[in-house]
Design a binder for this molecule. Sequence first.
Ligand code: ARG
Length: 272
Amino acid sequence: MKNKKILVLLLVLAMVFSFAACGESADNGDADKDNGAADKNTEIPTYIAATEPTFPPFDTTDEDGNIVGFDMDLMNAIGEDQGFKVKYKAFEFDALIPTVQAGNAEIITAGMNAEDPERQAKVDFSNTYYDSGLVVIVKEDNNTIKGIDDLTKDMKVASQIGTTGADKVNELHDDGKIKEAVILNGFDTCMLQLINGDVSAVIIDQPVGKTYLKKQPGKCKIVGDVLNAESYGFAVKKGNKELLDKINTGLQNMIDNGTYDELFTKWFEGEE
Ligand code: ARG
């Protein structure tokens, strides 16, 4: 009889503990569910931004190989303002639009001219954030080329593949004004070929040309007038209105609150 009482007592205790444990896991479950919901609501999306980092000071790499520049700082500030983070990935410039079209990146941050109709047919551009133009760069000791009109049929001229600079060089070649259009993957390589004497000139965006001249003073110079005025925009996949609106709103906020000017000073040393 006594054993039976002990057995019943043990069974009752086991039942009490098992209910308590279930109750606890349910709470945890609820807690996890609540936390899960909270994570979902507070989760900040990270977008992939495609760029081509031989375009200082807009898109370049630091000594550790990180992708940095005015474009990155500005887009990071826009993301902070609009609730998203950005991860930058490097591609060849002519692969940037196909990459966004294929959904392998959400944004293009690459000092890209937003006023090109062919590009506008493929992606949607933000409001523009920088007005630029093309220039001709020659070696410092070149006293024959004073501007684009002095390029001749015996000359090779370089620019970067897929860019407005490449369009201009190809146009010169197609019009029989230069011997060869040397179209390369990186502007760094274009400048190297100029310094080595492999090409007579490079056609490049003015602010980027100036940056390359600063990096290697006394080796090259800008000649002639600014050609082909253009304005840079960020780009997203066609129809991605939600992200485009965030970028435009964030960009305007950065202009209004002075962040744009701070970043301009940081990357252009206050240059006009
Ligand atoms: N602004 C020129 C264009 O839109 C050149 C851009 C090159 N950008 C770069 N990240 N490499 O074609």
